[in-house]
Design a protein around this ligand. Structure first.
Ligand code: NAG
Ligand code: NAG
Ligand code: NAG
Ligand code: NAG
Ligand code: NAG
Length: 448
């Protein structure tokens, strides 16, 4: 009984409060409307009419991209460019009048194509701002020294802009951050050690910048970390020891295309949740640690273009999806069993890996998903005919595959010791160049 009447009175209470709410919130706060209209006025080109329904005299809480929550104040602004429409972009700078939206909690201005100008300083005037995603636009200039003042931020992304200069060390003041994306900009300098205060981070993406120096040893106590992407920078030195602290949860560790050196540390084998490990195009030397046999969940492994040597450990991975070990100092001789037995592999790159097998003897259990095979620069013998016309990849080459599988797009068996007449197929001559006695289109015709 008691609970029933409690429920009823709650319902009555809700009914009245929503009446009151309706009567006062018929229109949003005047500051919010004028702030948004000034933002619209600043847009010099909106060819697909993204903001065409933003009209004075209508409730701005009903405008596309604008949300108000419970109050009559705008809490969320979300404008997405339409990458599938050629004119789905906006041209402008971001009007500082957005600082009038005093209760704004999240701002998402994504893929707008032609939004330029400096760092949006109006963010400093928004006391409740927690989510900032101003991504894939053309903002430029430096990140402000006092960026750490935005201390309520939970997530910050300026990915895909043209910011240059250093990452300010005050960024360590953003201790509530769970996500920080500054990838695809022109940032220089080092990764600030002050980031060690960002213990709640789960995602840090800084790839495709010009960052240099060592990766700071800052990761101890990062207990919720899933994604570390630092590839395509100019980072040097070793993989720091505190990366082991990311072990329980980290799934993506991408450090490729830098100038990192030293051995691959044994402790990487402790990152047992890893799905993707990219250490390619660095200067790593020595062997691949035996501990990698514990990386049973790895799907994507790229160690290509380093100076790694034998022996390569036996992995216990259930199914690899993509593997690239090309251009190291390996002498693998055979394609490892854990590769041949994968039922989900789509990309295999073992160029210059010291393979010495007979091509006819390579019998992958599943070729269904293959779309990329590079076995160039090895000592593979035999004829590719069986590979191309036998059961092995016949279906992929000749298109007898289900529509959702693209088929083999790229094959390279150049610079081996293959012989024989090629069947008709779509690959170019360079895929077969430098073999002992291959012939037939796309190579010169076979002698009668
Ligand atoms: C992009 O914006 C700039 C000024 O902000 C303008 O001059 C230029 O014409 C715009 N480009 C397109 C494709 O609209
Ligand atoms: C940033 O914070 C510092 C100290 O916390 C304060 O002195 C300064 O005025 C703030 N700057 C801005 C732009 O809010
Ligand atoms: C991390 O998040 C928890 C709640 O999820 C919060 O209590 C804690 O204060 C945060 N840590 C920092 C350093 O802000
Ligand atoms: C794999 O992990 C187990 C348990 O953590 C450990 O005992 C074992 O030594 C590891 N194996 C290798 C090769 O590191
Ligand atoms: C095959 O690999 C060689 C390098 O060994 C390269 O020169 C050639 O362009 C590649 N061909 C194709 C089709 O990828």
């Amino acid at each position: 009984m008691l609970s029933l009447s409690a429920k009823n009175s709650t319902l009555i209470f809700l009914f009245f409060t929503s009446l009151i709410h309706l009567s006062i919130s018929a229109f949003a706060h005047a500051d919010d409307e004028s702030g948004l209209l000034a933002f619209k006025k600043g847009i010099i080109s909106d060819p697909s009419g993204i903001l065409s329904k933003w009209k004075s005299g209508t409730d701005c809480c009903t405008w596309p991209g604008v949300s108000c929550q419970d109050t009559n104040r705008v809490t969320l602004l979300q404008i997405f460019g339409q990458s599938n429409t050629p004119n789905g972009y906006l041209s402008s700078t971001i009007s500082p009048s957005l600082s009038k939206l005093k209760e704004l909690n999240g701002i998402f201005l994504q893929h707008l194509g032609n939004i330029s100008g400096p760092f949006p300083s109006f963010l400093f005037s928004l006391p409740n701002i927690q989510y900032v995603f101003i991504e894939y636009n053309k903002l430029s200039g430096k990140l402000p020294e006092n960026i750490g003042n935005l201390s309520k931020l939970s997530a910050l992304s300026f990915a895909g802009n043209r910011f240059s200069g250093p990452i300010p060390s005050s960024i360590g003041g953003l201790t509530q951050l769970t996500q920080l994306n500054l990838d695809h900009n022109l940032l220089t300098g080092t990764i600030p050690a002050s980031m060690k205060a960002l213990k709640n981070l789960s995602t840090l993406t800084l790839e495709y910048n010009k960052l240099s120096g060592a990766i700071p040893d800052i990761f101890s106590g990062f207990n919720n970390f899933y994604v570390l992407e630092l590839s395509h920078n100019k980072l040097s030195g070793n993989i720091p020891g505190s990366v082991v602290a990311l072990a329980p949860k980290i799934r993506f560790l991408e450090l490729g295309h830098n100038a990192l050196s030293g051995n691959i540390p044994d402790f990487l084998g402790k990152l047992q949740a890893l799905d993707t490990l990219d250490l390619s195009w660095n200067k790593f030397s020595g062997t691949v640690p035996k501990t990698f046999s514990n990386l049973t969940k790895i799907f994507n492994l790229d160690l290509s273009h380093n100076s790694l040597v034998d022996p390569f450990p036996q992995l216990n991975v259930k199914g690899i999806e993509s593997l690239d070990l090309s251009y190291n100092k390996f002498h693998l001789v055979n394609i490892p069993k854990w590769v041949t037995s994968s039922t989900i592999i789509y990309s295999l790159k073992l160029a210059k890996c010291g393979l010495k097998l007979k091509l006819d003897d390579w019998k992958p259990v599943e070729t269904y998903f293959y779309d990329y095979i590079d076995l160039s620069n090895n000592e593979i013998t035999g004829s590719p005919v069986k590979l191309l016309t036998g059961q092995i990849i016949w279906n992929l080459v000749f298109g007898k595959v289900p529509k959702d599988v693209a088929g083999l797009r790229m094959l390279n068996v150049s610079h081996n010791h293959l012989c024989g007449q090629l069947p008709a197929m779509q690959f170019t001559a360079s895929a077969f160049a430098g073999n002992d006695c291959l012939c037939g289109s796309p190579l010169p015709a076979c002698k009668a």
